[in-house]
Design a protein around this ligand. Structure first.
Ligand code: AQP
Length: 344
């Protein structure tokens, strides 16, 4: 007789995601994740976190961390996350994230983490000098998601491998503690032309907050002049834009700019190439820069307004932390019981 498969998770559908306050957010964060955060609110209960515990793996300036944390929260709201509908909070304000991460540290295997390409990319040749926290980052990420039994996680393509690890951890916890269906196996929501936005200077490198050159990225707070200048100086080649997608092969920087145009205008790559195919970058780049400036200016203006009133932002984050804790605490209590911790 074949054993029946263990029961699947049957709880509510819930979205969780987060961003690190390591620096201001950029176009890759916006198109890869933030735009989806906004769209998902109409369909799901959504929980959006500013992941400051993750940020300290890179050792940022303690005098700036709180301000950057508020700035990321402001970006969420300015982009359209509604704090009355969705939960917006700061990771370190809900202590259960660290507690569940420890339990998961005892579930995850060294070999699983050693395969994570983002750690290898960030550490380069100097793994022995990196913090244990940076190595362990994907385990904390699994705890962030599963602390809320989130079923869906909107992220950029670079997070796909980490999400697979979250699924492995959930599965192993359910098996090890004879708790079939206790944790869901979270689904990444990655699709779309904005899932992987590359550096404006090098088509093989993703656009990143931590790139030392500001010319590689469009920040959400860049003004029109900065956007025009960065797009003007973005790497391209002397050929005109191709008429079809096949013509983008081997032209990573061009493909990236066309992808950005498509994502920002909510059109397909084919539609963009129908309009610009055969034209030079002297036509395409100003059109792209104008589109970016028009779409990002209202977000930047709203961020400035929100950042000017840190008291109001703090009130939103306090309320968010309370609502997050109300979901997290009973789930963590159940984990403690499953693991067998002493209870008075
Ligand atoms: N270039 C990108 N294209 C599409 N999506 C991206 N994301 C990041 N870069 C791109 C998505 O943004 C979300 C937040 O990411 P994070 O703050 O957790 O850090 P990260 O993924 O490591 O992003 P950065 O900007 O490159 O930060 P640093 O330089 O600090 O490491 C995630 O959903 C991510 O997929």
């Amino acid at each position: 007789m074949i054993d029946a498969p263990p029961p699947a998770y049957a709880g509510p559908q819930r979205v969780f995601s987060g961003m690190q306050p390591t620096n201001g957010l950029h176009l890759g964060n916006y198109l890869g994740a933030l735009q989806k955060f906004v769209a998902l609110q109409t369909k799901y209960e959504c929980i959006y976190c500013v992941v400051d515990l993750h940020a300290i793996t890179a050792g940022p300036d303690p005098n700036e961390l709180a301000a950057k944390t508020r700035e990321v929260a402001a970006a969420y709201i300015a982009a359209g996350v509604d704090p009355a509908r969705s939960i917006i909070f700061v990771q370190s304000a809900v202590r259960e994230h660290s507690e569940l991460a420890w339990v998961f540290n005892c579930i995850a295997r060294m070999g699983w983490l050693e395969r994570m390409t983002q750690f290898k990319d960030k550490a380069g040749k100097h793994t022995e000098r990196m913090s244990v926290g940076l190595f362990d980052y994907p385990v904390l990420q699994a705890a962030d998601i599963l602390l809320y039994k989130a079923t869906h996680v909107p992220v950029g393509e670079d997070q796909k491998q980490h999400l697979e690890l979250s699924r492995d951890i959930a599965q192993k916890f359910n098996n090890d503690y004879q708790a079939p269906g206790f944790f869901p196996l979270p689904e990444p929501l990655i699709q779309g032309p904005g899932a992987r936005i590359m550096s404006l200077r090098e088509g093989a490198k993703k656009m990143s907050k931590s790139d030392p050159s500001d010319m590689t990225r469009i920040n959400l707070t860049d003004d029109t002049d900065a956007i025009m200048n960065k797009i003007k100086k973005a790497t391209t080649d002397p050929l005109p834009l191709p008429e079809s997608q096949e013509g983008l092969a081997g032209r990573a920087e061009v493909e990236n700019l066309v992808g950005i145009y498509a994502a920002m205008s909510e059109r397909s790559i084919d539609a963009v190439l129908r309009e610009f195919g055969g034209k030079g970058f002297g036509v395409f780049k100003p059109a792209l820069a104008e589109l970016l400036a028009a779409k990002l200016a209202p977000i930047a203006a709203e961020m400035r307004r929100l950042n000017a009133d840190p008291g109001a932002l703090d009130a939103i984050l306090r309320d968010g932390a309370e609502r997050a804790r109300a979901i997290a605490a009973p789930i963590m209590a159940e984990v403690r019981g499953r693991v067998g911790f002493w209870e008075a």
